[in-house]
Design a protein around this ligand. Structure first.
Ligand code: C2E
Ligand code: CA
Ligand code: CA
Length: 813
């Protein structure tokens, strides 16, 4: 509300100032014009006074001239001589005095001698006029003041005797004044200026014969002339004075004379009526201006009040909108916003727009709320599987731990990871991987009790919480059930393949366990389970923590081993069993650890399987083995193979083919002398990708051997799909074949079946002559084992083979 009020005041103040300024300018202009008009009126009065004065004074003087001129003709006896002129003047003396107030008459002859005088002696001041008249023979008029002023007319006259004379007459100014007063309607008086007067009041003195009241009035007028008003002002513009509450205009008109003589005619005009009118006019202008301002402001106020009201309504409503208080906005709108159709303006449009906006905003707000709910759900659930996600699960674990305190039971956290999922993803793409995760989530969820929880933890990881447990063994059953869900292969599109899971389990009966600790324990146990190469579960044990630390140390040590050349290869000969012809060597990795001594590959390779070190070691072995092959060729051992073990990671590595190509080029070896051994687990994890890689490798000319045959999922139908060259029967079957019928059967059937498929068979781990003989009998062509030779250090390779190989045949000691 405060906003609208201040706005209203602001607008009003601005308007007030504007209107006041405009009005005061207009009023002052009008007033100025009126004052100007007043001055002009005064000026007009003054100039009229001057004109009248001159008219009347010359009229009076000329009247005398005409009379003197007429003397010559009007008189029945013509005037021939000066004495006759004098006589005529004497006769007319009474007439002149009575009729025209002539009080002195002089007649002056050509020699400027006064030959006739009636009245005073001719004052010397008049003599220059007389000489002017004689010289120019024309009338000269003037004024002569002594105590009082008189008008002097000096008129030339020629008598018949042709002598020039001058008739000089003086008249009182009373008649002049009377006539002027009558024509100008002004009070008149003669005024004499005292040049060195001490004060303004004594500066001008009256110099006329006046009646008592006249004199009193005139004196008052003179006194009323303000001290600042100078003579010039009185002469040119007049001065307004106030006497007895009456306004008068006072003007001075100099009495005509060639020289300034200090005598003036004082005109006093009564301008009271005019002044009154002037004041009334001014008041009217002023009041008019004021009225205009008031009327304007009033109308503005009335007009603005409507806008201000609307604005205040809007300014009250819009903040509600900003604060999303829609219901209050609606109430405010209904209460105060009514549209008047014929008076509607932009503010109404604004108001309506605000209402529209409110509706839109409200809809948007509702949508946003719905979306937020959706987002919250998304934040709690995994979008791919619809299972709770990590944060939801963390919350659940927390909740279950709290519940455990009351129930005094145990709970378990099962950390589930799909085996070899990375490979599936890498070879078939993420979309395919997603399908696998989805199918896995369905399989896992299928066996979970209603009270238990399952969540997707990200990637191929799931977590199951099992509660209300009395002891740890109950969890084993759950884990087994989960693992069994993955015995059946998965079918996605045209693809069929096996996926297994590994499970790490953290079990606790302690309600004070922390969520994060449980998670860590389950994760550690999972890692342990992974060592079993799939389909295994493992409970967390405190000792595992130590192992984890060892793992980290191991990786660091392996890096050092590569740098410091602690790795080397041993080579185990492979022979044709029946003839003992040397066919090749299998390269096996060894680590000469500075402290721990010789570390067998089984002790570190499985642990490094998923680490970043594994590909580096793999490539080192590949290069080193091919390098040895090249050296053997150089020494004359041609046509023998180098069998190299490949890890799962290396097999999935897309750099394998280019690297292999480069090595063959670099060491100038025959591709067909290189055999790559793959374990079954590598093949089974992602059969299609495996087949692709096998094709690539074989296209280079290298051969492929399936290692440890019979230990994994291997089925013969499965084997049919793999385009390998060699099958290596696992040494566990060889070890048992002489005592154990089933092992013997497996060996026998494998050999015949593999031969049917046109592959070669290599028997591993031949430790006894009987085993070798039996295998030869069974039709197995190739073999290796301690009986033939233990793996030979690369350093001693040439010494050993030079001693034991004769004409390409291996001597069994
Ligand atoms: P494998 O490929 O099956 O290698 C044969 C293993 O059997 C070797 O053990 C070898 O020393 C041993 N052996 C050979 N003949 C006999 C015998 O008559 N009796 C007995 N009991 N054992 C025999 P090793 O060298 O400890 O290798 C173990 C496994 O480590 C290998 O099994 C192989 O899977 C892996 N491995 C070894 N070297 C490498 C390598 O360079 N790269 C990769 N990726 N894996 C390797
Ligand atoms: Ca091998
Ligand atoms: Ca093997």
């Amino acid at each position: 509300m405060s906003k609208s009020v201040s706005l209203r005041y602001k607008v009003l103040i601005i308007l007030l100032i504007t209107v006041m300024t405009v009005c005061s300018v207009v009023v002052s202009l009008l007033l100025y014009q009126a004052a100007q008009q007043e001055r002009q009126l005064n000026q007009a009065l003054l100039s009229r006074d001057v004109t009248r004065y001159h008219q009347i004074s010359s009229l009076l003087s000329e009247r005398l001239t005409v009379w003197v001129e007429s003397l010559k003709f009007v008189n029945e006896t013509s005037i021939d001589t000066q004495s006759e002129l004098v006589g005529a003047l004497q006769r007319s003396a009474d007439f002149l005095s009575l009729q025209w107030d002539v009080n002195n008459v002089w007649v002056v002859n050509g020699q400027q001698e006064v030959i006739y005088r009636q009245g005073e002696i001719l004052p010397d001041a008049i003599r220059p006029m007389v000489s002017d008249t004689l010289r120019e023979t024309r009338p000269v008029y003037g004024l002569h003041c002594r105590n009082l002023c008189m008008q002097v007319s000096s008129i030339p006259i020629l008598t018949h005797s042709q002598t020039a004379s001058v008739v000089v007459m003086s008249t009182s100014v009373q008649e002049l004044l009377a006539l002027l007063s009558e024509t100008t309607q002004a009070e008149l008086a003669m005024v004499k200026e005292i040049p060195n007067a001490l004060s303004q009041q004594n500066r001008y003195v009256l110099n006329s014969i006046l009646t008592e009241p006249q004199e009193q009035f005139m004196s008052e007028v003179l006194r009323a002339i303000p001290a600042g008003a100078n003579k010039q002002k009185l002469l040119t513009a007049g001065v307004e004075v106030n006497v007895s509450n009456n306004a008068y205009l006072v003007t001075f008109v100099p009495l005509y004379s060639d020289l300034p003589n200090g005598y003036y005619l004082l005109f006093v005009h009564d301008i009271d009526a005019r002044k009154h009118a002037y004041r009334t006019q001014n008041a009217t202008i002023f009041l008019g201006g004021f009225g205009l301002v008031t009327a304007f402001l009033l109308s503005m106020f009335l007009l603005l009040r409507r806008y201000a009201y609307k604005l205040s309504v809007l300014s009250n409503m819009l903040p509600l909108l900003a604060q999303q208080r829609f219901s209050e906005f609606k109430a405010a709108q209904e209460n105060s916003f009514t549209r008047n159709s014929w008076l509607s303006d932009e503010l109404d449009t604004l108001g309506e727009t605000a209402i529209e906006l409110a509706q839109r905003l409200e809809t948007l707000d509702q949508q946003a709320t719905a979306n937020t709910a959706k987002l919250e759900k998304m934040a709690m659930f995994d979008s791919l599987t619809g299972l709770p996600n990590r944060s939801m699960m963390m919350f659940q674990i927390h909740k279950q731990l709290a519940a455990m305190q009351r129930q005094q039971s145990g709970m378990a956290l099962l950390f589930i990871d799909l085996d070899n999922f990375k490979k599936v993803n890498d070879s078939h793409g993420h979309h395919f991987g997603d399908e696998v995760v989805k199918l896995a989530s369905v399989r896992l969820s299928g066996v979970i009790r209603e009270n238990d929880n399952i969540a997707r933890f990200g990637g191929d990881e799931f977590v199951v919480i099992v509660t209300d447990l009395d002891h740890e063994e109950q969890v084993s059953a759950v884990a087994e059930k989960l693992i069994s869900q993955f015995v059946e292969p998965m079918h996605i599109g045209e693809h069929t393949f096996y996926i297994s899971i590994s499970i790490g389990i953290a079990y606790t009966e302690n309600a004070k366990s922390s969520t994060l600790e449980l998670m860590r324990h389950a994760d550690t146990a999972m890692y342990e389970a992974k060592l079993s190469h799939g389909s295994a579960y493992c409970f967390f044990r405190a000792s595992m923590n130590q192992k984890i630390i060892n793992q980290v140390e191991l990786e660091a040590a392996a890096r050092v081993a590569l740098q410091k050349q602690q790795f080397f290869l041993v080579l185990q000969p492979q022979i044709e069993l029946a003839t003992q012809r040397l066919t090749g060597f299998e390269a096996l990795l060894r680590w000469r650890h500075p402290e721990r001594g010789m570390v067998p590959p089984g002790d570190f390779l499985p642990l490094l399987e998923n680490s970043a070190m594994m590909p580096e070691i793999d490539f080192w072995v590949l290069e080193h083995a091919i390098g040895l092959l090249a050296k053997l060729n150089e020494r004359g051992y041609k046509g023998i193979k180098m069998a190299i073990n490949l890890s799962a990671a290396q097999f999935a590595n897309s750099a394998l083919k280019p690297y292999l190509t480069q090595l063959i080029e670099q060491y100038q070896v025959r591709p067909k002398d290189i055999e790559l051994e793959l374990t079954e687990t590598v093949l089974v994890a992602d059969i299609e990708r495996a087949i692709d890689v096998i094709h690539e490798v074989r296209a280079l000319g290298c051969s492929i051997a399936v290692d440890d045959f019979g230990t994994g999922y291997s089925s013969l139908s499965y084997l049919r799909m793999i385009p390998s060259d060699v099958i290596k029967i696992d040494r566990s079957f060889i070890a048992g074949m002489l005592e154990n019928d089933s092992d013997r059967n497996i060996v026998q059937s494998t050999i015949s079946m593999v031969h049917n498929m046109a592959f070669e068979v290599v028997s591993e781990g031949i430790e006894q002559a009987e085993q070798m003989a039996e295998l030869v009998a069974m039709g197995c062509r190739f073999g290796q084992g301690y009986f033939i030779s233990k793996p030979i250090d690369e350093d001693q390779l040439y010494t050993v083979i030079d001693a034991r190989v004769h004409d390409g045949y291996w001597q069994i000691e």
